[in-house]
Design a protein around this ligand. Structure first.
Ligand SMILES: [Fe+2]
Length: 221
């Protein structure tokens, strides 16, 4: 049985999350500062007991063809330490779509991996930490997360949410529960984001992500 403390790169990856939610600026927002603190506290609580590391079956998705380029682009920016440890662990991550229904186009352009959470390699029922990868020119349809507060931190690439701004590596974007958001990715580079979900434990086990419009049913691996 592997424990997180005996698996240094997994511990370093989770410490990178602690780092970005501890050292990253809240931009003067008390709401974002509170979210950063909740993520740090729940991560600290999850790691306190030196939890078991349960490596999931590695599951490929078509968008992973863009992961190398996304990591290359991150090495020159503020998220380089996180990108380097992801490079070492990428073969042990389970990539998912997370929806029963997904368009054929989006199934080639998007996937995420849950690192810590109810289904993660490190189990927590109060926090989900993960990574999401998008191919260039992807539009991730309008969606919301009931009762779940979500933040994204850009690792590499350029993207926009609800046509409101363009986010660069190191940016933190907070989506409050129920907030409808649509993501668009720049033309030439993939986009790689870290994310955190917090809120009630029962909601994290069944996150109920929903698109505003219902695409076709798809089978995950
Ligand atoms: Fe979202």
């Amino acid at each position: 049985m592997n424990k997180v403390n005996d698996t240094p790169d997994w511990l370093y990856l989770l410490r990178e999350f602690d780092n970005i939610y501890r050292r990253g600026s809240a931009g003067g927002s008390s709401v974002i500062r509170r979210h950063q603190r909740v993520v740090r506290e729940r991560l600290s609580h999850a790691l306190k007991s030196n939890p078991e590391l349960v490596l999931q079956e590695h599951c490929e998705k078509p968008v992973l063809a863009h992961l190398g380029r996304a990591l290359d682009a991150a090495y020159g920016g503020p998220m380089a330490p996180m990108a380097r440890v992801i490079e070492r662990l990428k073969g042990t991550m389970n990539w998912e779509w997370g929806y029963e229904r997904l368009s054929n186009d989006l199934s080639k352009r998007y996937a995420y991996t849950e690192l810590l959470g109810p289904k993660g390699s490190v189990v927590s029922d109060t926090l989900i930490l993960g990574l999401v990868l998008f191919a260039p020119r992807t539009t991730y349809p309008q969606h919301s997360h009931a009762d779940i507060e979500e933040s994204y931190v850009s690792i590499s690439g350029a993207w926009s949410e609800n046509d409101a701004a363009v986010y660069a590596p190191g940016s933190l974007i907070l989506n409050r529960p129920g907030h409808e958001h649509r993501i668009t990715i720049g033309d030439r580079k993939p986009c790689f984001l870290a994310f955190a979900w917090v809120e009630p434990p029962d909601r994290l086990a069944q996150p109920a992500m929903k698109f505003a419009k219902q695409p076709r049913r798809i089978s995950d691996c």
